[in-house]
Design a protein around this ligand. Structure first.
Ligand SMILES: [Zn+2]
Length: 477
């Protein structure tokens, strides 16, 4: 038996309010990063983005925590009203797929979310554009929690990091388009080559100038960027990273990235010797304390168990990759609130290269076997972390790995294959990433929030491949 329209509407509004409250409560106030102004709504479609050419704001080293503010539409944009009618809705917080949902958007802001059979007044009809959402699912704008905007990916992804700055900035512009079309609203950049920015002339991580220039421009993804990777000398090819040789130098380099304008700091805890972490727990802890004191967060690349253990014990905010975790490390992560950012799709990408390249690492039987073994260990690590209650956010590692900017759906699929429920994997690609960023509006849909959602075909609460089938992106509308 179906509830009467008024009852279903009351229930629906109660659910919306609860979802909003949960989204806001989930934000961690002590480490919230500065909020970013909402880009004004525009009918302009995303074409090849054009840098503004204006000087980048001079970001100070100590960001002052402020909560994200409600979007404020530009008065010049005029009233633009769109009703998305009668879709399903999946928010990644439970396995419930809500049917018969309508969302009214005004000037880029969600005015209300109501049952399609009880929408109530929609205001002046003449200016209302109605999009028939029937048969599709409304999902929050995705959050790619591990990305490298300035790099293209592919089978020679590390070589591409040595391309000239002009080329890397061009790649980032193309990646911005790919992200939007794939329904990705936010990207957390966890490492960019350092160089002279061809637009603002500053010598720093190339991601930082892009983040500053894109801020507030319709159609661009929202970016939080870690600056350049900080490595122990000998861990990666020379010239790609900020290389240091002592614990004191590590701390200075971390603070140097913040002075350059980085939103967070990225340490590399794979060392030249894979069995040993490149830094002690005490050395990493000093960095964490210094960075936290400035209101920013620290994350750590840890593809090996040795580095993951040090990072977890030192209390970094997140471990990236975590391809080798054991129950003890996962327990420490859960106790200290260390998130895990998964990048399992990289292995899937490498396995495709077994048929499409002649590079021995991918094409030989030994190479493929080694990839499969690492993949199995990484999937086991996801299960261990999930059982321990570690928060898991999803990343593609596009650019810094072989994947591409429009492949976050691949990571969601991989997480489900590793053992997460489809709704958990959707949560990893939406609000979990938002929590990791400290951004209350990232990865959530709620009344009064930005119209950051897309429409996909299929039910992501039972079928993760639905996220490949994006047909409409509300913030690009
Ligand atoms: Zn990466």
């Amino acid at each position: 038996m179906t509830a009467s329209p008024s009852v279903s509407r009351r229930r629906f509004l109660a659910w919306s309010a609860a979802a909003s409250a949960a989204a806001v409560a989930a934000c961690v106030p002590t480490t919230v990063l500065p909020s970013e102004g909402r880009p004004p709504t525009s009918a302009t479609p995303v074409t090849a983005p054009v840098p503004s050419g204006s000087a980048a704001p001079n970001r100070k080293p100590a960001p002052i925590p402020t909560p994200s503010t409600a979007p404020s539409p530009s008065p010049a944009a005029g009233r633009r009203r769109t009703l998305y009618r009668d879709g399903a809705l999946a928010d990644g917080r439970s396995d419930r797929l809500r049917l018969g949902v309508s969302i009214l958007v005004e000037d880029g802001v969600i005015r209300w979310i109501r049952p399609a059979d009880d929408e109530g007044p929609t205001g002046r009809g003449a200016q209302l554009r109605v999009i028939d959402a029937s048969g599709s699912t409304l999902v929050p704008g995705l959050v790619d929690a591990h990305s490298h905007l300035t790099m293209p990916g592919g089978a020679r992804w590390i070589d591409r990091g040595f391309d000239p700055p002009e080329r890397l900035v061009e790649v980032a512009e193309a990646n911005a388009v790919l992200l939007g079309r794939a329904g990705v609203r936010w990207a957390r950049d966890v490492g960019a080559p350092r160089g002279r920015d061809p637009v603002d002339g500053r010598e720093r991580a190339l991601s930082l100038g892009l983040r500053d220039r894109w801020r507030g421009i319709p159609g661009y993804p929202m970016i939080r960027a870690a600056g350049t990777w900080i490595t122990r000398r000998g861990s990666l090819p020379a010239g790609l990273t900020v290389e240091v040789g002592s614990g004191d130098a590590l701390r200075r380099a971390a603070l140097g990235q913040l002075e350059d304008g980085a939103d967070l700091v990225k340490l590399y805890l794979d060392g030249p010797d894979t069995d040993h972490a490149p830094w002690s727990v005490a050395e990493v802890r000093r960095v964490v304390e210094a960075v936290h004191a400035r209101g920013a967060r620290v994350t750590a690349h840890a593809s090996r168990l040795s580095g993951a253990r040090v990072g977890a014990e030192a209390g970094v905010d997140a471990l990236e990759h975590g391809f080798e975790l054991d129950a003890d490390v996962a327990q420490t992560m859960a106790e200290k609130g260390v998130a895990l950012v998964s990048t399992l799709a990289v292995f899937r990408s490498w396995l495709t290269f077994g048929r499409t390249t002649r590079l021995p690492r991918f094409a030989t039987e030994d190479g493929r076997r080694a990839i499969r073994e690492r993949q199995e260990a990484a999937e086991a690590a996801i299960r261990i972390a999930n059982r321990a209650g570690v928060a898991i956010a999803a990343g593609t590692d596009f650019g810094g790995g072989s994947t591409r900017a429009n492949q976050l759906a691949w990571e969601v699929e991989a997480l489900v294959e590793a053992g997460l429920e489809p709704w958990q994997a959707l949560g990893a690609a939406t609000w979990r990433g938002g929590e990791l960023l400290g951004e209350a509006e990232a990865g959530v849909i709620h009344e009064g929030g930005p119209a950051d959602f897309s429409l996909v075909h299929g039910d992501p609460t039972s079928d993760p491949t639905a996220l490949w089938r994006v047909w409409h992106v509300a913030w690009l509308d």
